[in-house]
Ligand binder design. Sequence first.
Ligand SMILES: [Zn+2]
Ligand SMILES: [Zn+2]
Ligand SMILES: [Zn+2]
Length: 118
Amino acid sequence: MAKPCLDCGRPCNATRCEPCRLARNRARARPTARQRGYTTEHERNRAIVLGKSTVCWLCGHDGADQADDVIPKSKGGTSAVSNLRPAHGTEPCGTCGVRCNQVRGNADATSPPPPMSR
Ligand SMILES: [Zn+2]
Ligand SMILES: [Zn+2]
Ligand SMILES: [Zn+2]
């Protein structure tokens, strides 16, 4: 038996009709990576950067799993490969135990990035 949808009042078989349920799910969803400033270009270039090297440019240890912006987005940096360096981000460094990328945040780099081997 049909009951009126809580949101739009149309008769439906659940508390809310399908369109209203989907709309509520969308409204509750967390912001996407794109909305947080990460583009598919960043994702693609991250794979390229980590494919070349996984040595963290902040602490110099292996095992980096993220691409850090050398020039932060807030300071006009881009997602170009030339502005990305491997850094510990999702998992902490096995040697320092630090998520270098998050510790650094948007602070200015204290040392110039090491030259990328080609
Ligand atoms: Zn509805
Ligand atoms: Zn590191
Ligand atoms: Zn380290």
